[in-house]
Design a protein around this ligand. Structure first.
Ligand SMILES: [Zn+2]
Length: 168
């Protein structure tokens, strides 16, 4: 069990674009297992490798109430989307901040599972929202960047203040 350090906005490394995984080797498997440990420990519903400062296209998600349905998405790609829906989002990299973001309502995602097998999944609701949020992380985008400049600046200074307190 390993709890990884989660980068906090506005850390510059959150803007690095992650690279495709070429093969699910031991290193990737360890990363996946550590990412689940970290996500469950911090009570998140999803975590992208970018957030733990590893810039490969790996996402872990569990949207179940019981926290017993881990899902892995390697090299995820949205191949179809439909509709629009506005919903509140939060992020382990932006602690304490929640705001509304508009996303596709229904998506089909194509990805590899933890064994490197390709699969397609059509979904909506919380899972669809979460997959889109995590793929954004892999592309170097944090959800607050959908908000107004003014809001982003407020969030930035709030989080920088918090970080200073933690180190004081
Ligand atoms: Zn996030």
């Amino acid at each position: 069990m390993a709890i990884l350090n989660v980068l906090k906005y506005p850390d510059e490394n959150l803007h690095i674009v992650a690279e495709q995984v070429k093969e699910v080797d031991e290193e990737i498997k360890t990363l996946i297992s550590d990412m689940f440990d970290t996500m469950y420990e911090l009570n998140g519903v999803g975590l992208a490798a970018t957030q733990v400062d590893r810039h490969v296209r790996v996402v872990v998600i569990d949207v179940s109430e019981e926290r017993n349905q881990p899902q892995v998405f390697i090299n995820p790609k949205i191949i179809a989307s439909e509709g629009e829906i506005e919903g509140e989002e939060g992020c382990l990299s932006v602690p304490g901040i929640y705001d509304k973001v508009t996303r596709a309502e229904r998506i089909t995602v194509s990805a590899w599972d933890e064994n490197g097998e390709i699969f397609n999944l059509e979904t909506d609701g919380l899972l669809a929202k979460c997959i889109q949020h995590e793929i954004d992380h892999l592309n170097g985008k944090v959800f607050v960047e959908y908000l107004s400049r003014l809001k982003q600046n407020r969030i930035k200074s709030k989080l920088l203040k918090q970080a200073k307190k933690e180190f004081a």
